[in-house]
Each structure stands twice: as structure tokens, then as C-alpha cells.
Design a protein around this ligand. Sequence first.
Ligand code: C2G
Length: 449
Amino acid sequence: MATKVITYGTFDMFHEGHRRLLERARELGDHLTVAVTSEDYDATRGKLNVQEGLMQRIEGVRRSGLADDIIVEEYEGQKLHDIQSREIDIFAIGSDWQGRFDYLSPYCQVVYLDRTKGISSTELRAERHGTIRMGVIGSGRIAARFVPESRFVSGVSVDVVYSPTLEHAQQFAAAHELDRACGSVEELFAAVDAVYIASPHGTHADYVRAAIAAGKHVLCEKPLALTADEASELFALAAEAKVVLAEAIKTAYAPGFRRMLAVAQGGSIGQVVSVEATFTKLLRAGREQQAPDGGAISELGSYVLLPMVKLFGTEPAAVRTTVFQPQGAEVEQFASIELRYPHGVGTARVGIGVKAEGELVIAGTEGYLYVPAPWWLTDYFELRFEDPGKRERYYVKFAGDGLRYEIGEFAAVIRSGALTSYMLRPEESIALAKMVETARSQHDSFGVE
Ligand code: C2G
């Protein structure tokens, strides 16, 4: 009896990594079925930036000459159906999915094939079909979430990492199947088109300057800079060098948050008068608890100030901050930032040693918009009115942990040749830096005596 193998994928801009995967899948048996994802299915599973239509992607697979049969994957759960109805013996998939398809093992053999590392760096530039090669600076908590999320963005390939401690970079590269760990930033710059900076706050600006000087596009974790002057300088450098500089405030790029802003601005709640946003995280020990760059404001301020900037603008008439810093703590644990604008007020609360309800309330002259915690991962919100029976509910997909949306927009902006994104404009990032700087300077704390 012939051994039947099946594999699944988007196969956008069919490349060397895809070809090698199909070759090895084929060698596992006598007959290979390749299932190509439909546009709808990619949308529901949160795959972003797919460049080619279904027909073109099928054509790419067909031209490889490696598939005996090509089918379309249209819905969640289809794999189980295909395997049973087609009497499949082996399900093969790349190792970036390690463990994720073990649930199929009662029905067939599940094989994870090593993904091709650094595929885009081994191909000639012209042959890369516009794949954007990215490198990661930093190997900590956020960097670790970035790599798996990047795999959901078609046309982006994260292949290299740099960390001042080479051993950490090597461990990171091994854990995330990257091509290599770099011993210097220069080595990293030489291997990529763009960088993601996920290093400690105080080091962001220097890495951004170095990356821009090397002609690389930059996606930098928030806060991009801790002062408005520094943020302005960095955006000016990027504009001059004609590279994209984007601040990675993931909420700004999330479909639910953008939808929520559009509803708030669309007049359903009348004129917006008040915005209240809270974000707290219990971060016991670590860099966030250390002076001079840690503290609730620098850690979380960009998130809670974002809706203010989006709804009221970049220039508050006044900012007033009250912070709580217990004796013995190096940095503030909680802060309440009040902003006055010509047409409204904002209240932003942040905490790294305090837990509170992380909700967002946008009050207008006709009603209010309520986003339950965690509002910064917006996937649901409600419109509420004087009449409690009148309520409108909105559900918006938020896939994975949401980093893919900022990566997707960053790549789309690079590809389009534009240098900035309307989702978070340079002047908005600069305004956020200014608010964070002002709030931190108003550190007349009351604490435990
Ligand atoms: N792949 C690889 N090496 C690369 C890139 C991709 O081995 N450098 C593999 C992937 O692991 C996958 C296949 O090529 O097995 C297709 O990759 P994609 O087109 O990115 O599709 P993917 O999102 O992995 O879809 O139902 C869909 C499947 O779950 C996988």
C-alpha cells in the first residue's frame, strides 16, 4: 500500500524554505497532498500580509512539481477531516509548529520537519521576492514573544539575534530556530533589512541611532525614548536616512483598538469629553523596579496615554501627576496622570506594584464606550447609554498575543515605500514621550513615611 503524506501551508511567494519542506515531506512516503490555505482561513487564524491570492499560491506549489495533489484548506478542523477521508498515513509540517499538531497523532503519524533557517539571507536579494529580513536586538521576555508572532506575518523572516551576552543570544537562537546569534550589532546589521529593538529602555535610543546609521528600518519597543527631544531627534534621523522608524506600542496596531477609536470618533457617543484608562502589572523584581529608567510611568505610560493622544490630540494644555512610591522602593509603583485638553480631560493610571481593573472608559455627551480589561488587547467593547437597555456590543478578532499586528504594519509600510504609519505617527510617538517625560518630572510623590 502506498504511504500517503499531507502537509498544509499558505505558501505565499513560494520560496526555498517551502521547497525544501515539500521535498522532505514527499520523501516520507509515496504520495504527497499539499493543502493551501484559503484567504478566509488565513484571516480567521490571524495570518497577516499574505501577498498573493489563492490561485497564485496554488500555482507556486504546482510549479515546484513536488505535489501529487493540491487541495484548499478552508476551515478550522479540516485537517482531521482530510486525514480520515483521504486515509492519510503521515502529517508533516515545519518545526515552527512543534507540538501544535500532536492532537492528530491518534489518526496518523505526525512529523515535524526542521524549518529552513535563514532562508532569506541565503538567497540573493532579487530572489527574495521582497522578504524582509529582520534581526532582534535583545533576548529577553518580549523578544521571545516576538519571534513566534513574526511567523504569522508573511514576507517577514527573523533570522538573527544580538545580545550583549553572546551566550544569551545563542540560547535564544537555538530556542527559536534562528539562523545565528551575532557577536556584535554590526554583524547583525550586515545580515538584515530591519531590526526589532527589545533591549532595556535606557538603551533603546543608542541602538536606534546605530541601526538608522546602518540604513536599517527600525521597530523599537516602547518607550522609544524617555524624553521628547530624544524621540524627535530619532524620527528626524530616520526621515533623513529614509528608513522606517516605528514605536512598538502593540495596541496602536491592533484591529480592535482601531475599530474602537473609529466608533468613538464616529459620533455614536456624541462629543468625547473624558477618557479614563488603567493598566497595571505586578512586576515584583527586575529592571522595571530599578532607577533610573524603571517605574510604572516609563513601563506602562505609553499604553494609557495612547487613547488620549488618539482622541484628544498631541498637545494637552496641562499635565498633572500624582505618584505613590513606598519607602525603600527605587521607583514609583503607581501613578495617576491627569491631562487637560481644550475639549475634555484624560485620566491615565499605571501601576507595577498595584493591581487594579484594567479598563478603558470613553465618556461622551450622548453615551460612553466601555472596554473591559485588558483593554490594551482590545477584542471586545460596548457602547452604553443613559438607558441601560440600550447597548451595542462589538467583537473584533485579536490573534495570538497581538505582536503580529505591529510587525504586519511595519512590514507593509516598508513594502509600500511610505516611511510612516497612520496607526502611530511620529508626532504621536513624540507626544507620548513628552507626556511620559513630564509625568516623570512631576515626581512629587506621597509615600509611606
Ligand atoms: N517553512 C519552512 N522553512 C521556512 C519557512 C516555512 O520549513 N523558512 C515551512 C513551514 O513550517 C510550513 C510550510 O513551510 O510547514 C508552509 O509555511 P507557511 O506558508 O508559512 O504556512 P504556515 O503558516 O506555516 O501554515 O494550516 C496551515 C498550517 O498550519 C501551516
